[in-house]
Design a protein around this ligand. Structure first.
Ligand code: ADP
Ligand code: MG
Length: 697
């Protein structure tokens, strides 16, 4: 069977030495060969015919078969982008949109941002000549606020639909409506900027085998299967449950490296902080190995990674080296990394869960589903026979849920409901969701939006506050904070804080989450060096001083202008101060974007300078739903939910334990922690949010 031949060709594979000046034509040829070898290549004609014949098409195919990179190019060649029309492809994750757009631009041999581009929150590379536009599902939803009929698109592809993110689910329903409206008014001059509106083709793509749910939802839509190529994968499990999956992952990586044949390793972890910590631990461990055993190259891939570093995981490792890719669940289906033969599955994933009764959202580390575990193993069998190491016993695998619950059933709905309201959809309870969220979750979100001033008493969009909040690419509570800060004259400071809260781990605290008890001891050094940033008022103001200090530092060195130089200076400054330079760079980009957004809305960005009292009052007024009060026993009670919580050891208020705080984050690890805090006066709550807190008589 053909599988055997392919298997041996892969096993005999030799890494090509990296030629310093790879000729452009040989690269082009390689890409052409790669494209031709993909399972989808032989389906081009049949696929185009199916799109032409069906207004809605469900495409199901094995990960790596070429759906995301190839289908849009087929559509372009078949004329779907004539007269300035675009093919839009949505992804649940920004990093997939970025890396795939870059790859497709390379395949088309065009600069990114011309024919092929991507648009994600805080980063848009498209231009008027873009025809194939990769974007996040959230971005397309936001675009619908400006152009209700999405009139520039001839085809919209909802990719990775099986992920069932809340934005995907809303888009599935919204596009059904847009498609109907566009076919009703076909040919009439309407839409954004009077553009001619033609019927819309809708393609839903999914890696999972269960396409029925989508076919049924679209009234018996046609499904199209793309056969993939999958080699056998041997599965290994631990004998006993592991107490620490990070340590277990680390040991497994080194065991594979020393005992197994050549081939790269893909490790599934939960998030940026954990990945960065494992990356450092691998580096450290390598230092203690003999020279010839050090040829292991750790590479991280997660959403907030700066774009220039993202593409490194796709390049082959230098000759003789083995790559170990440390990834979040991004590498399960969204992106396919060539060369992987070994998978290490931590068995866990970071997931958002929301309890509408308590109004509490937590980002927890939870077990994966069976479907996810199987998909993870499959990544080892893309290029040939592979091995997959699961860091839990086989009996635990059988206890896993079959599949993940759609996000819409387990998240705070206030953001999407605000967007639906801004799209003119008022009947949220009657909206045609593929899976209806619970009534109580909808009611809770409506109540929250009302409290935040985004909705009127009769649940209509409030003007202008609700409209402004819907236009900002932020959670409603942050949008509201910016609107309030404008009134408190501290918009500059709030923009900085919102940007800093949008990124993970500003400070460089390896293993912090795992070793809370000995955290202070181990990282005493890091802590001392960051002491001069620390504000007794809390983390928000500490972040503000980090941001401002770097700004001043760069301002003083303004003469050295080149961007690369500024970056280098910044990285050095971050290193000295134990600040995570990736995170800070990301926060600075976000700041620039949202500052642009509020300026466009006509806000004048003013600063309160050093008047931190006014600023803290503004924080209390903005985040009054996230207040916690100290109790007699030193624990805290979250005032909205009544939950008993603890201050996280990484907060600068961990020791001082003020009477009342505003928190940004609530997470559950060994216990419930609140983090990113500001000390407030409890009396401010009744004064600044009288509609929610009463003064005690
Ligand atoms: P699917 O959407 O069906 O999962 P893709 O279109 O994403 O498949 O990927 C097709 C092939 O392109 C895969 O074999 C993958 O290895 C390769 N590929 C995708 N992105 C890149 C990249 N940035 N660099 C190199 N190869 C890539
Ligand atoms: Mg894909």
């Amino acid at each position: 069977m053909a599988q055997g031949e392919l298997k041996s060709s892969v096993l005999n594979r030799k890494r090509n030495p990296k030629s310093p000046v790879a000729s452009r034509s040989s690269k082009k040829q390689k890409i052409a060969e790669h494209r031709k070898s993909l399972p989808i290549a032989s389906e081009e004609e049949r696929l185009i015919e199916a799109v032409q014949k069906n207004d809605i098409l469900i495409i199901v195919g094995e990960t790596g078969s070429g759906k995301t990179t190839q289908l849009p190019q087929f559509l372009f060649n078949a004329g779907f982008c004539r007269e300035g029309k675009m093919v839009g492809i949505t992804q649940p994750r920004r990093i997939a949109a970025l890396t795939i757009a870059k790859r497709v631009a390379e395949e088309c041999d065009v600069p990114l941002g011309q024919k092929v581009g991507y648009s994600v929150r805080f980063d848009d590379t498209t231009s008027s000549s873009t025809r194939l536009k990769y974007m996040t599902d959230g971005f397309l939803l936001r675009e619908a606020l400006v152009d209700r009929l999405l009139s520039r698109y001839s085809v919209i592809i909802i990719d990775e639909a099986h992920e069932r993110t809340v934005h995907t689910d809303v888009l599935l329903a919204l596009l059904k409506k847009v498609q109907r409206e566009r076919s009703e008014i076909g040919g009439v001059l309407r839409g954004c900027q009077g553009r001619k509106v033609s019927p819309l083709k809708l393609i839903i793509m999914s890696a999972s085998l269960d396409a029925r749910v989508f076919c049924d939802y679209y009234g018996g839509a046609k499904d199209f299967r793309v056969e993939g190529r999958q080699f056998d994968v041997d599965m290994f499990y631990t004998v006993h449950p592991e107490t620490d999956y990070v340590d277990a992952a680390l040991n497994t990586i080194f065991q594979i490296h020393s005992e197994e044949e050549e081939g790269d390793i893909l490790v599934f972890l939960t998030g940026q902080e954990e990945i960065e910590s494992v990356e450092r631990l691998v580096q450290e461990k390598l230092q203690h190995l003999p020279e010839d055993e050090r040829k292991l190259l750790p590479l991280a891939i997660f959403s907030a990674l700066p774009s220039e570093q993202q593409m490194r995981v796709f390049a082959p490792a230098p000759i003789g080296f083995r790559k170990v890719v440390l990834a979040t669940n991004i590498a399960e289906t969204s992106i396919t990394i060539p060369g992987i033969r070994y998978v290490v599955d931590s068995g866990v994933v970071k997931a958002r869960t929301y309890d509408p009764n308590k109004g509490m959202e937590t980002l927890d580390v939870v077990p994966v589903s069976k479907a996810q575990a199987i998909q993870r193993s499959g990544r080892a069998g893309r290029d040939g026979y592979g091995k997959s190491f699961h860091l839990y016993p086989e009996r635990d695998f059988w206890k896993l849920e079959d599949s993940t619950k759609p996000e819409i059933k387990r998240c705070n709905l206030s953001n999407v409901i605000l967007q639906l309201k801004a799209l003119g959809i008022d009947d949220i309870l009657g909206f045609d969701f593929i899976d209806k969220p619970s009534r109580s979750a909808i009611v809770k979100a409506l109540a929250e939006l009302h409290l935040l001033g985004a909705l009127t008493d009769d649940c209509k969009l409030a003007k202008p506050a609700g409209e402004q909040m819907a236009r900002l690419p932020l959670e409603p509570v942050y949008s509201r904070a910016l609107i309030l800060a404008n009134q408190f004259n501290c918009l500059e400071e709030m923009l900085i804080i919102v940007a800093m809260l949008s990124v993970e781990s500003i400070f460089y605290d390896p293993r912090q989450k795992r070793e809370e008890s000995c955290f202070l001891f181990i990282f005493g050094q890091a802590r001392t060096s960051r002491n001069h940033f620390v504000s007794v008022e809390g983390d928000h103001l500490t972040y503000l001083s980090v941001y401002r200090e770097l700004d001043e530092f760069l301002e003083e060195r303004k003469a050295e202008k080149s961007e690369a130089k500024v970056e280098k200076i910044m990285r050095k400054w971050c290193k000295v101060n134990f600040v995570n330079s990736r995170s800070l760079k990301h926060a600075r980009d976000i700041y620039r974007q949202i500052r642009g957004n509020v300026e466009q809305m006509g806000f004048n960005v003013s600063s309160c300078g050093n008047d931190m009292l006014e600023y803290r009052r503004c924080i209390a007024a903005s985040f009054f739903l996230k207040a916690a009060q100290r109790q007699m026993d030193g624990t805290y009670r979250a005032l909205e939910s009544g939950e008993i919580v603890h201050i996280h050891p990484s907060s600068v208020l961990f020791r001082s334990k003020p009477e009342c705080v505003i928190f940004d984050e609530l997470m559950q690890t060994s216990q419930k922690y609140i983090n990113n805090l500001t000390r407030i006066d409890p009396l401010w709550l009744a004064e600044l949010a009288p509609h929610h807190y009463k003064t005690e008589e």
